[in-house]
Design a protein around this ligand. Sequence first.
Ligand code: FRU
Length: 915
Amino acid sequence: MKCNRTLFVVTVMVLCFLFSCKKGSNEDQIRIGFSQAMTKDDWRRSMNNSMQLQASLYPNIVLTIQDANYEIQKQIDQIEVFIADSVDILIVSPIQSKPITPVVQKALDAGIPVLVVDRKTENQNYTAYLGADNIEVGRNAAKEIIASKAQDRVRIVEIQGMAGSSPAEERTIGFRQVIDQYDNVSIVSQIQGDWEKESIQDKFRAFLQQDGNVDYVFAHNDRMAKGAWEVARELGLEKKMSFIGVDGLNGPNGGIQMVEDGILEATVLYPTGGDEAIKFALGILNNEPVSKNNILSTTVINEVNADIMKNQFDKINEQRTAIETQLTAIHQQRELYYAQNNLLKITMALLAIILSLAIYSVYSIFAIQKKNRQLELTNKKITVQRNQIEKIAAEVKESNEAKLNFFTGLSHEFKTPLTLIMSSVESMGDNTRESGSKMMNEVELIHNNSNRLLRLINNLLDFRRVEDKNFNIRASKTNMYNFSKNIHNDFAREAKKRNIEFNVHTNNEFLELFIDRNLMDKVYFNLLSNAFKFTPDNGKIEIYIVDNTEGNDAEIHIKDNGIGIPAKEIDKVFEPFFKGSNNRKNSSGIGLHLSKQFVQLHLGEIKVTSFKGTEFIIKLFKGKTHFNEDQVINEPELDDTQLMDLSSEIVLEEPFFIEKAASEVDRFSILIIEDNRDLSFFLKSKLQSEYEIILSDGTDATERAFETIPDLILCDVNLPDKSGFEICEQLKKDLRTSHIPVVILTALENKESYLKGLQSGADLYLTKPFSFSILIQSLKSLLYNRERLRFYFTNNIYKIEQTDSFGNLEQQFVNKLNALVKENLNNDDFSVENLAESLNISRVQLYRKVKAMMGISVSDYISNFRLEKAKAMLENTSLSISEIAYANGFSSPNYFSTSFKNRFGTSPVTYRKTL
Ligand code: FRU
């Protein structure tokens, strides 16, 4: 961080340094503003050039020249701009003296020194004046005329510069001062010009045309002198008179050349003073002592010194050119120097940056290495901490899992004693009711509370399963009115006792919905328990089943007029462990949560409103398309499977076969595989009046089954050696026992267990605690189905190949049995032993298997098979009775006739006649 700041500072410094790489700062500059009267003529141009040349000797001088082009107002404006720009010094060459005076004063007032050159201002209010003495110029011109004195009388024409300009006025004054001393010399005419020849030529021509007697023409500058000479030559008078001018410029059109050419007799040197003006300006700015009026020297150039002067001026010009060349070279050198200097500075700056970066890089490498080491350390610490956290989390999870398993196991454990309590109470209820005992109330109380306890345990277990997402819905078509009515019965007694008006209403008694009856029973139970809990005595609870005949859904409303739910808590009702602030009763807070989960498993919705009571509304889809195929099952009509209710007088209808079987000496046998001695003895005591009971604690389950070949097996799941599923699977795979219906009895109620039960080949899966009457009913149903099969077999032995009512193994067994019997149809020696041997089982096992499957002995089975075949031959062939008897293995036609009559009640001969 600190290093970053240092790098930043270095960079800023370098950038400042780079920006300082220029030719000179504004602070060192000397800004000189020069207001030039005009730049038309060579004199002014020469003045400007010498100023620029002088200024260029000083690199810090910035010279700005503004040309007023003879326009007075323009000159004033330009000076105003210089004032506004706050130039360091102002140089002015006024067009006329008077008009320029105030603006010069203004500049002075603004603190800008003013150097007046060539022409003066009116009041001499300026910092300094620089120029030749124009009075002296006038005098010199006059002296030149006097000196030549060719004639006794000299007539002069004076051609003046612009009126109002100081040189014109002063040159006249000086000229007159001398002329007036001589009587023979007179100024015959004064012609007013404006410094340019065009301004005087007409006037001079007019004068000469009147009076051509002129000896001298003194013009205030060489240009006007040349103009006068041109007019005189035009009139052929140029040789008669002499011309004197002022300025004495060098160069082809200058006064010196005119003297050399004989046009002028003389010219008075009037130096521009351009270079001196710059020097003076610097002197003023440097506060050097400067005189107010600084006079440049002047002299007369005539044919005597013209050459010399010309040579001198040429030399000066050469030197000037040389200086200019030098200056250009210096300038170029300076530019080069600046460029190289800047390049050097940039290179230095870059070097500095590179060096800083290099230092920074080295520093960074060390810093990064240090940071890396710190990070590695931190990383290690974090890894150790993470491992610790993971370990703790795993331990917590394990302990949590252990607790949950313990809790689940314990809850399952509760189920077996509850089964016993409930079944005992159930039978107590039967006995008590029959004997008209007054204990009925207590029995009911025990039964109801056991039921309540059971539902609470189920809620707890369901909560775990919902959390684990371990529910599989098994929806079956259900008449909602009957379903609701059945549950209504469970609560009817409490309603009556507490004088609560409790009814079921519907707009369609025939409405059928696909619901998981078990889950929806829990939903109803939870909602109704809630309603009963919070509805006061004499209150009202109602179930409305509303078939939305227009739409694809139906609604179940469970409505009470109890204490209701506070409005601000209504959204939380379905959250787990919710307890209303107005609820002072004990409650686990998971019933409504589970209800919502179960309704959602049906892809339905549950809502709650609370106003003068509470109303739960369950919305369910009609039809079954919203379920997967494996979620839809077939269950019997609701009326056939009504739940056991102590108060109800439902008499379970029993199949006539069972009645018959029970009354027979040869009773059905049931093998009970259960390690809980209480439960197995309880079951035995309850069932032994009707069935022959064989007990196994699970350790010898399969051996007992093979040994006894029972008619039905009742098997627990949690057994010491093998699980009930394994035992069931083993028995179902063995030909000896594969036909025996197996009922799995378990406390496990999850999807996996149910699937395992089905996979193991179990015929029925009952969860503890089970209603004893449901168990009895289930046993009877299974035995009834077996009996129906037996009935079918004994009557269709001959056609058995075509049936698929048995499982695969049974089908194979019967097919094999039939094939063997068929093969030996005409073999009257073919015995039961031969048959058992061919089927690879013992004679007794074959006997029991056939007896269990067909309800008849093996020999009867063989005999029946032969008789069925013989009967068919009587129907379909024209063979004689004795031929048919021998063909089907009967030792004589008489024996065949007797057997046929015993089986079908009529003799073969009579039977054929009836065809
Ligand atoms: C140049 C000039 C000169 C003259 C001077 C007077 O513009 O006309 O010829 O000597 O100005 O200011």
